[in-house]
Design a protein around this ligand. Sequence first.
Ligand code: JFZ
Length: 428
Amino acid sequence: MGQSPGHAAELLPESDVAHQQRMQWFTDAKFGLFIHYGVYSTLGGEWKGKPVPKYAEWIQRWGKITPEEYIPLSADFRPDALDADAWVKRAKEAGMKYMVITTKHHEGFCLWDSDQTEFDLGEGTEFDRDILGELKAACDKHGLGFGTYYSIIDWHHPSQRARQASNQTPMHDKEGYVNYMKAQLKELIEQYDPAVMWFDGDWANWWTMEDGVDLYNYLRELSPDMVINNRVAKRKQFKKDFGTPENFTPGAAMDHAWESCWTVNHSWGFKKSDTKWKSTEVLIQKLVDIVVKGGNLLLNVGPRADGSWPEMSIQQLEDMGRWTSAHAEALREAEFIALPEQPWGRVAQAKGSKPEKGSLFLYVFDWPKSGKLGLNGIRLGQADVSTFAGKVLAASHTKEGISIDLSSVEANDYATVLRVDYKTMSPQ
Ligand code: JFZ
């Protein structure tokens, strides 16, 4: 990394132990709520009566809406129906342990009353509730972590305003903008003490690795325990504090904390025409797939401008909650184990398992036609016991591993969980 004036080239030192302690709650959380909410929510993905293609939070760009047209829309952004307690309860009942809300997306509008801009919610507007404060309080009350998303790209700030129409426009007064970001981030930390700071927009060609390292260090000093995602810098290379692969799941466990974000339909921000709702089966299987590989799922909902949620999203979270509460152990105690892929689903080991004694969780997605589940690539001792909901299942040893009789097992619509307690185990 090159050194440029005023920029630290290196991260502030932190011991592995301190890092691990700071990250523990996040690694244990497994499941969180993402919220995309801003002025774009007022349009619901439509401009001049027509749906605009792609993500609704990008409507200013894809709908070629000028700042003169876009800025006044903020007057229509009034979250009168926002019930912070209800939002957080929905997340909690779904099995989520934290939330992250877009406090400033690429449009540049701020969901709190910032001293740095008038393009915000709060004083000077007709709506003077502190919605971030309400959400933070509700998270504290219900025991969830409160996180703030903050976009590096800002189509409202004078440094970049012209760029939303063309990616080629050079950015000007970068230093002024970096100071603006730092002042705003300090406000967020002082006012809401976020557990997670979730950056986005790291791909902007004017944002360098050194800029990211400098910003990371600045935040680390302001908030020693805050967890910061890797999009603070160039996410493909930057490792701290957690990786953020998007809309795909890495094929194997990674050596660092990671979180994959998904949305319940296609768009992140509220979009009236977006009916591509993911089924609960897809969502639960995605959660399991991520968790057995050691990651977190950050699942996004796009509320309407008034703060109400699309009915389908309320339903999706309720359905997920039924599964996560019935399978809390298989969700919370799951740890990565290197085994060959099983065609019917996923496998994890229970926390604390050792080759000489432990447990496996089997998550059956696709029911084997034979009624027998082959767990392959593993050798278990003679004393192993396979169970479903505490009920012992007949199992036999095969050349490939073991075969479990499913005839007394009641299939779950999303993922059926079996448990195998073994006395000795070795991968084949
Ligand atoms: C970004 C935003 O542009 C988008 O509006 C939304 O907020 C999303 C969560 O993040 O979009 C991305 C960023 C990275 C990838 C895809 C979309 N990616 O790495 O595939």
